[in-house]
Design a protein around this ligand. Structure first.
Ligand SMILES: [Zn+2]
Length: 197
């Protein structure tokens, strides 16, 4: 039997999750305990499994359970199109919309003078390698419409100019908005109406 302190510990950990505070965490934990067989036990099992197997794809930075993710591994996704995103959440948002058939490259953040984040701190050097090894013909910059996102897009565009077709998502991505918060229709429209840089 759990002592109250273990339940408190669980609540403290849950409260650290994005979108949850102490109050939501308490409600969630109480719900889990009441639905022990249906939710708590399967959740504990799958969390243990994910903790043991989750890793970043060595090629693109996607998160999965193998060294090379399903998208990089699939020949069907070798369309010559490469979509550059800041974060795995953005990649997953693009995948949810189902409109993009190529591969991705997750930078793992944006350039930031303020936080001293340079190209070497991101997955930018690897991007240039992939252009050659995977026969990439178009790089779609799907970076967030933040100042840092756009600075990063310009930097990458400068680096790759003349080597591939460079495009960016059409207007429709709200300023400061993250791809993950857009609905699937907006993402599809922004991708279809992408424009050359
Ligand atoms: Zn991958």
């Amino acid at each position: 039997m759990s002592s109250p302190s273990e339940i408190d510990h669980l609540i403290d950990l849950m409260a650290k999750l994005p979108g949850l505070g102490p109050r939501s965490a308490r409600r969630a934990v109480l719900h889990l305990i009441r639905k022990r067989a249906l939710l708590l036990t399967p959740l504990a099992d799958v969390m243990q499994e994910v903790a043991a197997t989750a890793r970043e794809c060595l090629n693109c930075g996607n998160v999965g359970t193998t060294d090379i993710c399903d998208i990089c591994d699939s020949e069907k996704r070798a369309t010559g199109e490469l979509c550059v995103v800041e974060d795995v959440a953005d990649l997953w948002a693009m995948e949810r919309s189902g409109v993009f058939k190529g591969r991705y490259h997750v930078l793992g953040g944006t350039l930031s003078a303020l936080d001293s984040i340079g190209p070497e701190d991101l997955r930018i050097p690897r991007l240039a390698d992939r252009i050659d090894t995977e026969g990439i013909t178009e790089v779609i910059l799907a970076l967030n419409a933040t100042v840092d996102g756009q600075t990063t897009a310009h930097y990458i565009a400068d680096q790759l100019q003349g080597r591939v077709r460079l495009t960016s998502l059409a207007q429709g991505v709200p300023i400061g908005g993250e791809l993950d918060y857009l609905d699937d229709g907006t993402i599809s429209a922004a991708l279809r109406a992408r424009k050359d840089i």
